[in-house]
Design a protein around this ligand. Sequence first.
Ligand code: PAF
Length: 278
Amino acid sequence: MKVFYQYKELNVAKNKYPAKSIGLVPTMGALHEGHITLVKRALEDNDLVLVSIFVNPTQFDNKNDLKNYPKTLESDLTKLQTLGGNVWVYAPEADDLYNNKIEPRVYNFGKLETTMEGAHREGHFQGVATVVQKLFEALQPTVAYFGEKDYQQLQIITALVRQENIPVVIVSCPIIRHEDGLAMSSRNKRLNIKERAMAPVIYETLQKAVALKDIHSPPQIESWITEFFAHQPEFDLEYFSIADIQTLEKVSALNGSKTRAFIAIKLGGVRLIDNIKF
Ligand code: PAF
């Protein structure tokens, strides 16, 4: 494993290395099994795998969220090291990618970015698209891997490569869950013991929603979920939406369309998201 803090150095090494295909796993660190699964998949598909570890300031609308985001570079590197494959890590400071101008670029993703996460996190996807494009430009991967937990992000990045004609193949990978069903997330580390014990309710509720799909319409299921969480004082539901997997717009009937249910909810002070295939 090699670690680089500047992409120019990484590229010097890369130019000497005859890799036919290069897989990139962009992360913000605090690596968990979900990330490791992406890295393993990338190792299967490519001769060289780059893992970026960078907490991107332009995608946080909340300064506290940015400040509290776990930073665990040492243990992240240990986890990657134990994988033993051909993994190079890129762990820059902001200046290396942003060149003294820590600002998002401006994109138009239409309704894709005004719904769900976009509606609750001002400018979030402009920041995500900015850093992902910068990573693609700096590192020039063949393929990049993203988890389906951040499903809307995946759609935004798919739109980004299409709009900007970026020659990178986007691969999506299924959500990795703890045994009790909680989707793996770096934010789970911020839950206290009591909150962590309650957190599996989120996925259980998503599963119940799926179980109701033959007898209730999506709006009825949405009302049921809203009502359910209204009686759970520890949880603060931001949205629950049964939506088309391409447009992410809410559907009023399933009609054989491809849909998923999406949830964002606060537990204690921690904002968690999840989704499930309908
Ligand atoms: O999903 C994430 O961890 C981040 O949004 C990403 C894609 C690494 C961009 O900062």
